[in-house]
Design a protein around this ligand. Structure first.
Ligand SMILES: *[C@@H]1O[C@H](CO)[C@@H](O)[C@H](O)[C@H]1NC(C)=O
Ligand SMILES: *[C@@H]1O[C@H](CO)[C@@H](O)[C@H](O)[C@H]1NC(C)=O
Ligand SMILES: *[C@@H]1O[C@H](CO)[C@@H](O)[C@H](O)[C@H]1NC(C)=O
Ligand SMILES: *[C@@H]1O[C@H](CO)[C@@H](O)[C@H](O)[C@H]1NC(C)=O
Ligand SMILES: *[C@@H]1O[C@H](CO)[C@@H](O)[C@H](O)[C@H]1NC(C)=O
Ligand SMILES: *[C@@H]1O[C@H](CO)[C@@H](O)[C@H](O)[C@H]1NC(C)=O
Ligand SMILES: *[C@@H]1O[C@H](CO)[C@@H](O)[C@H](O)[C@H]1NC(C)=O
Ligand SMILES: *[C@@H]1O[C@H](CO)[C@@H](O)[C@H](O)[C@H]1NC(C)=O
Ligand SMILES: *[C@@H]1O[C@H](CO)[C@@H](O)[C@H](O)[C@H]1NC(C)=O
Ligand SMILES: *[C@@H]1O[C@H](CO)[C@@H](O)[C@H](O)[C@H]1NC(C)=O
Ligand SMILES: *[C@@H]1O[C@H](CO)[C@@H](O)[C@H](O)[C@H]1NC(C)=O
Ligand SMILES: *[C@@H]1O[C@H](CO)[C@@H](O)[C@H](O)[C@H]1NC(C)=O
Length: 515
């Protein structure tokens, strides 16, 4: 199978190249290839067309592979800024390649219409020349990234290259007629070819091609340097973005944790204390009314009425106190505002990123000393948001601790309310202690009088005292919550001022490093 295939290929080869080994000259630019120097590169020191165009094509490949790395930038803003530079280099390669590829092909081909091939090359050259204006204005637009010196450098190179290909066009015009003439000779002898060959024109052509190579090669380090600086800044900005977004997440978690601590350690704790008062009061009222119920059918009118009246009053007190406490529970909310911390963190990130961009652009535009200053200061950019994050989260922690001790004080205050309510039911219990339905009439009547006294206390000032205590508690709570908010606000504001000072310090350190 393999041999059959090979055999078929050989047969095919023989069919396609029937005159192989023929004496007819093999043209280069439709010129005999054997002509000294044309293909071997020894025409003179300028080498030959194929060799030189290949050098240019390799150079364009090099441009391409350098700029390709710009497609992999991680920072969208930098990617956008670098787009103009990348587009121009891409376009330089895309418009240049066809010229040199066609020239290389033309120099190697042994057949074809020189006029047609050269017209194609000239069209490509014209297109390249026409693009220069666009390239210049796009490069001019990259001043922010490359700096005016960088723009000027690239701009000069672009002009040199365009003048070079324009000269190429002129030289093609010069050599074309002679090449056409040679091509039109039928079976020219080697000596005729040698004598008519446009040596000077070809030498000039090679000279121009070599110029292109030289201009291009001396630009490679410059372009490399620009691209490397852009990539280094891409790494810097991306690293900073990752640090700051990590800190933003930590701050978010920290604020959620603070909210959680405030919620459970302060708000829920106070609410639970208030609910406990309600439950305790309910329990003691229930126990007391159960005892009073024993006298609901007492044979003494007074005892019966007073017992029912006292029980009714206590149930009403329970309803009212329960209502007040429930409402108080609903109004017991302690929040720690996290938005301000988040805002300061956002401002920090914005300020640090702004500075980082300024530094990055001094590096990409090769401001003298920028590389050194970047090396010296770039880690300060990560430290600053870490510092502010630290102060903001400690503001939160500190406030949680303060609020927890405030909550202890407030819970203790609620003990006063509890004691007051206990005292109120105790008034009734004292009257009821040691008396049963079978006790003497005298004792029962005496205790009825006692219960009336207890009722008066409930009626006249029981409600008022408890209400006052509850509203005093609420006032204290609101004051503490407001103080806490104010303290936290001051702490956050101090972080903000620290940030502003640190940002100023950092920038003035960098600015003095740059000068
Ligand atoms: C080459 O093409 C041009 C037009 O493109 C034509 O005028 C000329 O005769 C052609 N030359 C040969 C040798 O075919
Ligand atoms: C290239 O441009 C020149 C001048 O603008 C013009 O004379 C020439 O015909 C153009 N050549 C081609 C192949 O378009
Ligand atoms: C380059 O841009 C500057 C302003 O950014 C403008 O003044 C100048 O004319 C532009 N030059 C070219 C060649 O576009
Ligand atoms: C401009 O080019 C020169 C040499 O060609 C180089 O030394 C200089 O650093 C370049 N400037 C910029 C900003 O790229
Ligand atoms: C282009 O040709 C002109 C004269 O023909 C010459 O002065 C100039 O140096 C050449 N430029 C390049 C880049 O080859
Ligand atoms: C904070 O974290 C929570 C849950 O992890 C998330 O739902 C919320 O969007 C985050 N907020 C911010 C501002 O990142
Ligand atoms: C604070 O925590 C409580 C309870 O977990 C929750 O209902 C509330 O939405 C949280 N507030 C914020 C701003 O995260
Ligand atoms: C008092 O407690 C009992 C039993 O726990 C309950 O059924 C009743 O609703 C409570 N009374 C008030 C006013 O909350
Ligand atoms: C309790 O007695 C007083 C008079 O002593 C009376 O005005 C009041 O309506 C009575 N309350 C109940 C709940 O029976
Ligand atoms: C209960 O509350 C109502 C309305 O707030 C009030 O009129 C009544 O006197 C209260 N009763 C007691 C026993 O506190
Ligand atoms: C307390 O708030 C809850 C939910 O917001 C509501 O259902 C309830 O009626 C409120 N209670 C009082 C006493 O206001
Ligand atoms: C902070 O920035 C984040 C993301 O950039 C945004 O979601 C949030 O709303 C900002 N917070 C404040 C308080 O500005």
């Amino acid at each position: 199978m393999k041999y059959g295939h090979l055999f078929a290929c050989i047969l095919l080869g023989m069919l396609i190249f029937p005159q192989h080994g023929d004496t007819s000259p093999r043209p280069d630019f439709a010129i005999p290839a054997r002509m000294t120097g044309v293909a071997s590169g020894s025409l003179d020191s300028t080498g030959n067309v194929v060799q030189n165009t290949n050098r240019i094509l390799a150079l364009l490949d090099q441009f391409q592979s350098i700029t390709e790395t710009l497609y992999r930038l991680q920072t969208p803003d930098l990617y956008r800024l670098a787009t103009g530079f990348r587009l121009v280099l891409d376009s330089l390669v895309e418009s240049g390649s066809p010229i040199f590829q066609a020239l290389s092909n033309a120099a190697r081909l042994s057949s074809g219409n020189i006029t047609t091939v050269f017209d194609g090359i000239r069209r490509s050259i014209n297109a390249t020349i026409a693009l220069n204006e666009l390239h210049q204005s796009v490069i001019n637009g990259t001043g922010l990234l490359l700096g005016s010196a960088g723009v000027r450098n690239i701009s000069i190179v672009l002009d040199q290259l365009v003048r070079n290909v324009a000269n190429l066009s002129t030289t093609l015009d010069e050599i074309e007629p002679t090449l056409v003439e040679l091509q039109q000779l039928s079976r020219p002898s080697q000596s005729v070819v040698d004598s008519q060959y446009p040596r000077n024109g070809i030498r000039k052509l090679n000279g121009i091609l070599l110029d292109y190579v030289n201009i291009g090669q001396s630009t490679v380090p410059q372009i490399n340097a620009v691209v490397n600086r852009i990539r280094m800044m891409d790494g810097f900005i991306a690293r900073l973005a990752s640090v700051t977004s990590g800190l933003q997440n930590y701050l978010n978690s920290s604020l959620i944790a603070v909210n959680g601590s405030v919620y459970s350690g302060v708000q829920q704790r106070l609410q639970t204390s208030i609910r406990t008062i309600r439950t305790n009061f309910n329990a003691s009222v229930t126990a007391t009314t159960r005892k009073l119920k024993l006298f609901f059918l007492d044979d003494l009118d007074t005892v019966r009425t007073v017992a029912r009246n006292a029980s009714g009053l206590l149930v009403q007190r329970l309803t009212n106190v329960t209502q007040s406490l429930d409402e108080l529970v609903n109004r017991t909310t302690v929040r720690m505002e996290g938005r301000e911390s988040e805002w300061v963190m956002n401002r920090t990130i914005a300020a640090v990123s702004g500075l980082a961009w300024r530094l990055a652009l001094t590096v990409t535009s090769s401001v003298p000393g920028a590389d050194t200053c970047f090396a010296r200061y770039n880690y300060e950019f990560d430290k600053l948001p870490r510092l502010i994050y630290g102060t903001l989260s400690s503001c939160g922690q500190q406030e949680v601790r303060t609020l927890q001790s405030v909550a202890s004080a407030l819970a203790a205050y609620l003990g006063v309310v509890q004691a007051q309510l206990d005292a109120e039911t105790n008034q009734y219990n004292q009257c009821l202690s040691g008396v049963v339905p079978s006790s003497s009439d005298e004792l029962r009547l005496q205790r009825a009088v006692c219960l009336q006294g207890a009722e008066r206390i409930s009626d006249i000032w029981g409600g008022t005292v408890v209400d006052n205590q509850l509203s005093a508690f609420e006032g204290l709570m609101h004051d503490e919550v407001n103080y806490s908010a104010e303290r936290h606000h001051q702490c956050v504001r101090t972080s903000d001022q620290l940030m502003i000072a640190e940002v100023k310090n950092l920038w003035s350190a960098i600015a003095s490093c740059l000068h």
